[in-house]
Design a protein around this ligand. Structure first.
Ligand SMILES: Cc1ncc(COP(=O)(O)O)c(C=O)c1O
Length: 338
């Protein structure tokens, strides 16, 4: 099968499996797993932040970060189609007891002019306090769009003015860094915390890392434990995570090139696609009949998910090579014309 459903379907490389088998481990709840500690130090240093915490998943990373930044009755601003709002089991409400305030972005990107009217006044007892702005980078629902540094700078200045923290759902932030040709720290300079997934395009089997200030990270560790995320000899997983973080980012440019090739091919086949909107590894294709296309592709050995009404999505990753792109476009041609 050619699996274009998501970059979450990547399986660990041989090198990861070998590193996992020989990883040094200890009890991470006691802070004694050397491999987890190394991963946390490595990610924190790359982000230019004081500390980091290994989490079981991107969802756990985001939700532990929200718990560490905000509390019961607070308000958290996020983009209206953000993962943290749509797909994390209402964790903002259920775990933190805070309320999410969704704001429509421009192609997933929030900007000061969009946010300003949503910041609550400090002196009105009727209203919750705005504690956090969550930015998703890259933005899944916006087809992998990323924040340009000047856009981040604008939101950061506005948040600072109001004393509001910024958390970045950086599930795919390495795709943004590669596309922008900047170091990770150039992006994280504008946020108070970030959660980075190791198990998407980077290919680790499990895990995410949350980075931020030392006191924030201590609160994340507490929140993670309360969610059952104290993982003991987690170095086995962190060993794969280290390879993912240190060695798998540079090749993401190949995924971006293949996503553009898929998009260009779809455009040539007559799908109404904005090629310029394909910035990283996600291609969202408008189609009147995404169910039929998805089923017909599956019958030809290609998996691509329907993505809401009138769209299907293809995500490139290291399991997708040039032949897979050509094969998919050949089958799409047959399906479209049939
Ligand atoms: C933007 C974004 N954030 C967070 C997550 C959550 O990651 P996980 O599936 O590891 O919980 C995902 C997963 O697809 C995602 O796309």
């Amino acid at each position: 099968m050619i699996d274009l459903r998501s970059d979450t379907v990547t399986v660990p490389t041989e090198k990861m499996r070998l590193a996992m088998a020989s990883a040094q481990v200890g009890d991470d709840v006691y802070g004694e797993d050397p491999t987890v500690n190394l991963l946390e130090r490595t990610v924190a240093a790359s982000c230019g932040m004081e500390a980091a915490v290994f989490a079981a998943s991107g969802t756990m990373g985001n939700q532990a970060a929200v718990m560490a930044h905000a509390g019961r009755g607070d308000e958290i601003i996020c983009e209206e189609s953000a993962h943290v709002f749509l797909y994390e089991g209402a964790g903002i409400a259920g775990l933190t007891g805070a309320q999410a305030r969704p704001v429509k972005g421009r192609s997933g990107v929030l900007a000061p002019d969009l946010l300003e009217g949503y910041i609550r006044p400090l002196n009105d007892v009727h209203q919750p306090l705005t504690k956090l702005i969550c930015l998703e980078n890259t933005h899944n629902h916006a087809g992998g769009n990323y924040y340009r540094l000047e856009e981040l700078s604008g939101v950061a200045a506005m948040a600072r003015k109001h004393g509001i923290k910024i958390h970045m759902d950086g599930a795919r932030v390495m795709n943004a860094a590669i596309a922008l040709k900047v170091k990770l720290s150039a992006i994280t300079a504008y946020v108070d915390s970030i959660s980075i997934c190791l198990s998407k395009g980077l290919g680790a089997p499990v895990g995410a890392v949350v980075a931020g200030a030392a006191d924030f990270a201590a609160r994340v560790r507490r929140a993670r434990k309360s969610m059952g995320g104290g993982m003991r000899q987690a170095g086995i997983l962190a060993a794969a995570g280290l390879i993912a973080f240190n060695e798998m980012a540079d090749r993401l440019e190949d995924d971006h090139r293949r996503a553009r090739a898929l998009a260009a091919g779809c455009l040539a086949l007559g799908f109404d696609l904005d090629l310029a909107a394909v910035k990283t590894n996600i291609v969202i294709v408008p189609a009147a009949d995404p169910d039929r296309i998805s089923a017909a592709l599956k019958a030809e050995g290609v998996l691509a998910n329907k993505f809401g009404a009138g769209r299907f999505r293809m995500v490139t990753h290291y399991g997708i090579d040039d032949n897979a792109v050509d094969y998919t476009l050949e089958k799409l041609k047959k399906i479209k014309n049939g």
